[in-house]
Design a protein around this ligand. Structure first.
Ligand code: KG4
Ligand code: ZN
Length: 341
């Protein structure tokens, strides 16, 4: 049996997990800072780093305790090296380095996006290659072709905002609170998503790239034109017009994510589809992907919510690929805010 301790602090969740043999999650602890950042309508990097410093020891101790083990039972330490907020990344990286150095354990430096892709394998180790993987979160909207294990070819990315970021910005614009995704999903459930028509951005070069800033601007224009802004103080109920607006926005985001992903499957003749990252919690998105996959005869893999938003189980799961390949990071390795996958 091989046991990895995973550590993740790339954004605003302090997370640690213990995973055995690639996919057997023994513990998965996440300390969310949502309450810290809510007042600002988004993540404040300096506050995030400070709260990671306060939480990291407790979170790692909690993950070990829940897994009923100690550091003596750990075979390697996997940690997010990037991309993310530099001050946040450094906290997890320093903690992981210290443990690896003190215990003489391999240090596995994981790309956060590889972690999201591998999150799908935790509950579905049977996923076959080649596969198309969509990572759709607050920081990223990227499509990868994975021809085989541990190989990621970038097919498309967002040219401006990430999809989750668009959810957050639209919610902020309407005074609906932070993070935007869950609030918008809830409001949209009772609303008419055909009330407003928002166009899909199509790249002139016919690439599969995404763009969400035009959609955000279109929503803002509607809000100004119809005087809809800030009609619901955070936590309060929004008007039906606002609910229809955010439902239509959500539909536009979901439609384009599904459309591009299925285009990528056809273009690359791939029939395995992975949809990962925080926005993949969204039930409307999950339904749309399930329908599209069924229609096109693809196998769809969606992690359950505890593995879609940022967590350390996915970092440990990705760490196994590094460990198996002997890819140990040197103790001098640094965090990288813009690390590409
Ligand atoms: O993966 P994640 O936890 O962090 C990043 O790596 O960015 O994703 C967070 C993002 C936020 O933008 C949040 O609004 C979005 O995921 N999100 C959702 C939902 N839950 C979280 N977006 C749409 N619907 C949801 N239910
Ligand atoms: Zn993430």
């Amino acid at each position: 049996m091989t046991r990895i301790l995973g550590v993740e602090t790339s954004c605003d969740e302090t997370a640690a997990a213990v995973v055995d043999d690639r996919v057997d999650v023994r513990s998965n602890v996440v300390a969310s800072q949502i309450d810290v950042h809510r007042a600002y309508g988004g993540v404040v990097p300096e506050l995030a780093a400070r709260h990671h410093v306060e939480a990291i020891r407790v979170v790692i101790a909690g993950a070990l305790e829940q897994a009923a083990c100690g550091l003596d039972d750990i075979d390697a330490v996997a940690v997010t090296r990037g991309p993310g907020l530099i001050g946040s990344l450094l906290v997890g990286l320093c903690a992981a380095k210290a443990i690896a150095w003190q215990r003489d354990l391999p240090l596995l430096a994981v790309n956060h996006l590889e972690g999201h892709v591998r999150s799908a394998f935790i509950e579905h180790p049977e996923i076959e290659f080649p596969a198309i993987a969509l990572v759709v979160s607050g920081g990223h909207t990227s499509l990868y072709l994975c021809p085989e294990e541990a190989v990621y070819r970038l097919l498309a990315r967002t040219r401006d905002d990430a999809a989750g970021e668009a959810f957050d910005k639209v919610a902020k614009l309407l005074g609906l609170g932070y993070p935007g995704g869950p609030v918008i999903e809830r409001l949209a459930r009772q609303a008419d998503e055909t009330a407003y028509r928002f166009p899909h951005a199509q790249m002139k070069d016919r690439s599969l790239d995404f763009s969400f800033s035009g959609l955000k601007t279109a929503v803002r224009r509607r809000v100004q034109k119809e005087g809809l802004g800030h009609d619901a103080p955070s936590g309060g109920e929004a008007s039906p017009a606002v609910a229809d607006l955010v439902a239509s926005f959500q539909k536009a985001v979901v439609d384009v994510l599904v459309k591009r992903t299925m285009q990528a499957c056809r273009k690359e003749s791939v029939r395995n589809v992975l949809v990962t990252g925080g926005v993949a919690c969204n039930q409307r998105l999950r339904r749309a992907f399930a329908e599209a996959a069924e229609r096109e005869g693809c196998a769809l893999f969606l992690p359950s919510p505890q593995y879609t938003t940022d967590n350390a189980a996915m970092i440990a799961a990705a760490g196994f690929l590094h460990l198996e390949r002997g890819e140990h990071a040197p103790g001098t390795i640094n965090a990288e805010a813009t690390l590409p996958l």
